[in-house]
Write a protein that binds this ligand. Structure first.
Ligand code: ASP
Length: 447
C-alpha cells in the first residue's frame, strides 16, 4: 500500500498544526509521499504566507524595497522551525536554517521579480521544513512538474519526469502549487493548486490512495454557512464531485481530480485536527448506496439569462448554433442552455457578460435574427447532485414542492439526461432559503 498525502495551508499554519501533520505521516508507513501547502491562516484575520509573498512581489515589481515584508514571512517560518524543534522528534531540525534560502529569495526579488516565483516560495520553504522534520527527500517541482506551451499542465511530460525522479525514492516531500513553464521559469497553478500537485504525485507513484488533509472532515451535504451542521458525505463519485465543485463546493480544487481520475486512484479528504474521522471518499464508481437520495447540494449566485424568442424556431436548423456563436465571438463561456419551442435561454456569469451585453445582443440579432431578446439578472443556480436520483421517481417533485413551501419561485430548471443532477435557477435573494428547503426535504425528513 502506498499513499500520497497532501496537507493544506491550515494544517501547516504553525508549529502545533505542523506537528499534527508530521505525526499523521509517521503513524502510517504507507504515507510515503507528502505534498505541502504554504502556511495558511493561524487565526481569523491572519494573512496566508502566499498572500504575503504576492505583496512582496508587488513591491519588488515597482522597484520598492520588500525587505520588511520578507522579514515578516521569515518570522513565520522561524516560529514553525523553532516550535517543532522543541517538540518530541524535533532533534531532526537541529542546525536547520532557512537563512540562505531567504537570501536567495531577496536577491531574486531585487534582480528580476517574477510573480509566480515569489508565490511559489511559500510551498518551497514549507517543503524544506517538512522534508527535514520527516527525514524525507526533497523533490523540487520546478524540475518535475511540467507545463506545456498552452500554459496548462503537460500530464505526459510530468508523468515521465516525476516518475523517473521518484523511481528510487522511497520517501519524499514535494511542494505543492507550482512547476516549470516552458522557458524554465516557475509557474504556479491557480490558487489552492496544491491539491492538484497532490493528485499529480499520487498518479506518478501509482498510489493506492490520495489523502488530502485539511481542516474539515470532508465534504458536507450543503454549505455549513447556509445549513447548520450539515451531514457529511461519506462517499461520492468523481462525477458528482465535478458537479458539486463546479457549482461552488470548495473543499478541493476543482481541477484536482483530473490526474487521478483516469487511473482510478480514490481521494480521501481527511481532517488534520480529527485524524480518526474517516472523512469523505471520492471514487470512480461505487456500489455503496448514498445515504440519501441526493449526494449533495451546491450553488452560486450572480448569473443572468439571455432569452431569445423566435416564432417557429424549433424548425430552423442551426438556430441555436447562431445564438451561441454570438457568445463565442465575444469570448463568453456558457453555463446552461434550456430551450422551449420558440424560445431558447442562455445562462451566463453576470460578471463575464455585463460589459459585453450590448455587443452580444446585436450579434444575436445579426446572426440568428430572433423576434426579441430579453435579459434578466440576479439569478442564482443550485445544483442538486446525486447518483441516487437515477431512475428514482419523485425527486424533482420533492424539490419543487419544498421550494413552493418555502415561498421560493423557480425561474429555471435544467436536468441533464444522465439524471445525475438537477439545476434550479432562483432569484439571488432566495438562494439561501432554497438550499435550506432542499436540504430539509431530503435529509431532515429522513432522519
Ligand atoms: N498556497 C497556495 C494558495 O494559497 C496554494 C495552496 O494552498 O494550495 O492558494
Amino acid at each position: 500500500m502506498v499513499k500520497a498525502v497532501k496537507f493544506g495551508g491550515s494544517s501547516l499554519a504553525d508549529a502545533e498544526h505542523f506537528k499534527k501533520a508530521i505525526d499523521i505521516v509517521l503513524a502510517d508507513p504507507s504515507r510515503a509521499y507528502v505534498v505541502d501547502s504554504a502556511p495558511g491562516k493561524r487565526f481569523k484575520g491572519d494573512t496566508k504566507v502566499t498572500d504575503m509573498l504576492y505583496a512582496c512581489y508587488d513591491k519588488a515589481a515597482k522597484g520598492l524595497p520588500a525587505d520588511k515584508d520578507l522579514a515578516a514571512i521569515r518570522e513565520r517560518y522561524d516560529a514553525i522551525v523553532e516550535g517543532l524543534s522543541k517538540m518530541p522528534g524535533g532533534e531532526k531540525l537541529k542546525g536547520f536554517s532557512l537563512e540562505k534560502e531567504f537570501d536567495t529569495i531577496a536577491e531574486n526579488l531585487k534582480k528580476d521579480p517574477q510573480r509566480d516565483y515569489a508565490a511559489s516560495r511559500g510551498e518551497y520553504l514549507n517543503g524544506l521544513v517538512m522534508a527535514a522534520a520527516l527525514g524525507f527527500d526533497f523533490i523540487d517541482p520546478q524540475e518535475t512538474i511540467i507545463f506545456g506551451k498552452d500554459g496548462l499542465l503537460d500530464q505526459r511530460a510530468t508523468d515521465e519526469a516525476l516518475g523517473e525522479r521518484l523511481k528510487n525514492v522511497k520517501h519524499a516531500v514535494i511542494p505543492g502549487f507550482y512547476g516549470r513553464a516552458q522557458d524554465g521559469s516557475v509557474k504556479t497553478f491557480s490558487r489552492g493548486g496544491s491539491d492538484i500537485t497532490g493528485s499529480i504525485a499520487a498518479r506518478a507513484v501509482k498510489a493506492d490512495v490520495y489523502e488530502n488533509w485539511t481542516d474539515v472532515s470532508g465534504f458536507m451535504l450543503a454549505d455549513p454557512k447556509i445549513v447548520k451542521d450539515p451531514e457529511k458525505i461519506a462517499t461520492l463519485t468523481y462525477r458528482e464531485l465535478r458537479e458539486l465543485s463546479y457549482m461552488g463546493a470548495s473543499v478541493l480544487h476543482e481541477d484536482a481530480i483530473f490526474p487521478v481520475r483516469d487511473v482510478g486512484i480514490p481521494i480521501n479528504i481527511r481532517n488534520t485536527n480529527d485524524p480518526e474521522d474517516e472523512g469523505t471518499w471520492i471514487v470512480e464508481s461505487t456500489c455503496q448506496k448514498p445515504q440519501y437520495v441526493i449526494t449533495g447540494i451546491a450553488g452560486k449566485k450572480g448569473f443572468c439569462t439571455v432569452l431569445t424568442n423566435k416564432t417557429l424556431m424549433n424548425g430552423e436548423i442551426g438556430y441555436c448554433r447562431k445564438v451561441l456563436q454570438a457568445f463565442e465571438e465575444n469570448g463568453i463561456s456558457i453555463e446552461h442552455m434550456p430551450s422551449g419551442i420558440d424560445t431558447t435561454t442562455v445562462v451566463v456569469h453576470e460578471s463575464e457578460f455585463m460589459d459585453k451585453e450590448q455587443r452580444v445582443v446585436s450579434a444575436i440579432h445579426r446572426l440568428a435574427k430572433p423576434d426579441s431578446i430579453e435579459i434578466e439578472s440576479d439569478l442564482a443556480l443550485i445544483a442538486v447532485v446525486g447518483r441516487g436520483m437515477k431512475s428514482m421517481r419523485g425527486t424533482a417533485g420533492r424539490i419543487f414542492s419544498a421550494l413552493a413551501h418555502a415561498n421560493v419561485n423557480v425561474r429555471m430548471i435544467d436536468q441533464g439526461s444522465s439524471e445525475l443532477n438537477i439545476i434550479i435557477g432562483v432569484t439571488n435573494s432566495d438562494f439561501e432559503a432554497a438550499v435550506k428547503a432542499i436540504y430539509d426535504i431530503f435529509v431532515l425528513t429522513q432522519l
